[in-house]
Design a protein around this ligand. Structure first.
Ligand code: SF4
Ligand code: SF4
Length: 126
Protein backbone atom coordinates (compact mmCIF):
# COMPACT_ATOMS: atom_id res chain seq x y z
CA UNK A 1 0.00 0.00 0.00
CA UNK A 2 2.72 2.46 1.06
CA UNK A 3 4.53 2.13 -2.27
CA UNK A 4 1.52 3.72 -3.97
CA UNK A 5 2.49 7.07 -2.45
CA UNK A 6 6.04 6.73 -1.18
CA UNK A 7 9.29 4.95 -1.92
CA UNK A 8 12.36 6.05 -0.04
CA UNK A 9 15.19 7.09 -2.35
CA UNK A 10 17.77 6.81 0.45
CA UNK A 11 18.92 10.34 -0.34
CA UNK A 12 19.40 11.18 3.34
CA UNK A 13 17.99 14.72 3.00
CA UNK A 14 15.73 14.18 5.99
CA UNK A 15 18.71 13.46 8.24
CA UNK A 16 20.73 16.50 7.10
CA UNK A 17 20.66 20.11 8.25
CA UNK A 18 21.63 22.07 11.32
CA UNK A 19 18.79 20.81 13.51
CA UNK A 20 16.97 17.52 13.95
CA UNK A 21 13.63 16.48 15.35
CA UNK A 22 13.17 16.94 19.09
CA UNK A 23 13.01 13.92 21.37
CA UNK A 24 10.37 13.00 23.91
CA UNK A 25 11.25 11.27 27.22
CA UNK A 26 9.99 8.01 25.64
CA UNK A 27 12.38 8.51 22.71
CA UNK A 28 15.24 8.98 25.12
CA UNK A 29 14.42 5.82 26.98
CA UNK A 30 13.97 3.76 23.76
CA UNK A 31 17.23 5.11 22.40
CA UNK A 32 19.04 4.16 25.61
CA UNK A 33 17.63 0.63 25.43
CA UNK A 34 18.60 0.31 21.79
CA UNK A 35 22.14 1.54 22.40
CA UNK A 36 22.47 -0.37 25.66
CA UNK A 37 23.53 2.79 27.47
CA UNK A 38 22.21 4.73 30.45
CA UNK A 39 20.33 7.90 29.54
CA UNK A 40 23.06 10.18 30.93
CA UNK A 41 25.59 8.63 28.61
CA UNK A 42 23.23 8.82 25.63
CA UNK A 43 22.74 12.52 26.35
CA UNK A 44 26.44 13.20 26.64
CA UNK A 45 27.52 11.28 23.56
CA UNK A 46 24.68 11.77 21.11
CA UNK A 47 22.34 14.56 22.14
CA UNK A 48 22.32 18.30 22.52
CA UNK A 49 20.00 20.04 24.91
CA UNK A 50 19.05 23.66 24.32
CA UNK A 51 16.52 25.40 26.56
CA UNK A 52 15.10 22.02 27.53
CA UNK A 53 14.71 20.88 23.90
CA UNK A 54 16.53 17.60 23.24
CA UNK A 55 17.82 16.92 19.74
CA UNK A 56 20.44 14.69 18.18
CA UNK A 57 23.89 16.20 17.76
CA UNK A 58 24.81 17.34 14.26
CA UNK A 59 28.11 16.10 12.84
CA UNK A 60 29.33 17.17 9.40
CA UNK A 61 25.92 18.64 8.60
CA UNK A 62 23.87 15.58 9.46
CA UNK A 63 22.39 13.75 12.43
CA UNK A 64 25.03 11.92 14.42
CA UNK A 65 23.25 8.63 13.72
CA UNK A 66 23.30 9.04 9.95
CA UNK A 67 25.77 6.94 8.01
CA UNK A 68 24.39 6.13 4.58
CA UNK A 69 21.03 5.71 6.29
CA UNK A 70 19.80 5.68 9.86
CA UNK A 71 21.99 3.50 12.09
CA UNK A 72 19.62 3.23 15.03
CA UNK A 73 16.53 1.85 13.29
CA UNK A 74 14.05 0.88 16.01
CA UNK A 75 15.80 3.21 18.45
CA UNK A 76 15.08 6.34 16.45
CA UNK A 77 12.72 9.07 17.70
CA UNK A 78 9.04 8.67 16.86
CA UNK A 79 9.08 11.87 14.82
CA UNK A 80 11.68 10.27 12.54
CA UNK A 81 9.47 7.16 12.25
CA UNK A 82 6.56 9.31 11.12
CA UNK A 83 8.49 10.96 8.33
CA UNK A 84 7.48 11.55 5.59
CA UNK A 85 3.97 10.08 5.87
CA UNK A 86 2.96 12.58 8.48
CA UNK A 87 -0.69 12.93 9.57
CA UNK A 88 -0.47 16.70 9.16
CA UNK A 89 -0.65 16.05 5.40
CA UNK A 90 -4.30 15.09 5.83
CA UNK A 91 -5.11 18.38 7.51
CA UNK A 92 -3.64 20.78 5.00
CA UNK A 93 -2.58 20.54 1.37
CA UNK A 94 0.20 23.03 2.06
CA UNK A 95 1.79 20.46 4.39
CA UNK A 96 1.58 17.95 1.58
CA UNK A 97 3.29 20.39 -0.80
CA UNK A 98 6.01 21.21 1.72
CA UNK A 99 6.77 17.54 2.44
CA UNK A 100 6.63 16.75 -1.26
CA UNK A 101 9.30 19.40 -1.85
CA UNK A 102 11.49 18.09 0.98
CA UNK A 103 11.34 14.38 0.19
CA UNK A 104 12.01 12.94 -3.27
CA UNK A 105 10.42 9.64 -2.21
CA UNK A 106 6.95 11.18 -2.05
CA UNK A 107 4.89 10.35 -5.15
CA UNK A 108 3.26 13.74 -5.43
CA UNK A 109 2.13 12.96 -8.95
CA UNK A 110 -0.73 10.83 -7.62
CA UNK A 111 -2.38 14.09 -6.51
CA UNK A 112 -3.45 15.31 -3.10
CA UNK A 113 -6.83 13.54 -2.98
CA UNK A 114 -5.52 10.09 -3.86
CA UNK A 115 -2.48 10.60 -1.65
CA UNK A 116 -4.72 11.32 1.34
CA UNK A 117 -6.91 8.27 0.65
CA UNK A 118 -3.91 5.97 0.76
CA UNK A 119 -2.27 7.76 3.69
CA UNK A 120 -5.47 7.51 5.71
CA UNK A 121 -5.55 3.74 5.14
CA UNK A 122 -1.89 3.44 6.15
CA UNK A 123 -2.35 5.45 9.34
CA UNK A 124 -5.51 3.53 10.24
CA UNK A 125 -3.52 0.30 10.12
CA UNK A 126 -0.70 1.54 12.35
S1 SF4 B 1 14.14 12.60 2.28
FE1 SF4 B 1 12.60 11.06 1.77
S2 SF4 B 1 13.51 9.83 0.13
FE2 SF4 B 1 15.18 10.95 1.15
S3 SF4 B 1 15.93 9.51 2.72
FE3 SF4 B 1 14.40 10.85 3.68
S4 SF4 B 1 12.48 9.68 3.53
FE4 SF4 B 1 13.91 8.78 2.06
S1 SF4 C 1 17.71 9.28 14.11
FE1 SF4 C 1 17.96 8.25 12.16
S2 SF4 C 1 16.15 8.85 10.94
FE2 SF4 C 1 16.31 10.30 12.65
S3 SF4 C 1 17.46 12.05 11.84
FE3 SF4 C 1 18.93 10.64 12.82
S4 SF4 C 1 19.71 9.31 11.19
FE4 SF4 C 1 17.82 10.32 10.46
Amino acid sequence: MEEEIFECQQCGYCCHGETTVSLTPEDLSRMGDYLGLPEDEVKEKYLRITDGVIQMKIVDGHCIFFDDGCTIHSGKPWRCSQWPLHPSILADEDNFKAINRSCPGIKGEVGYKKFCEVLRRILDHK
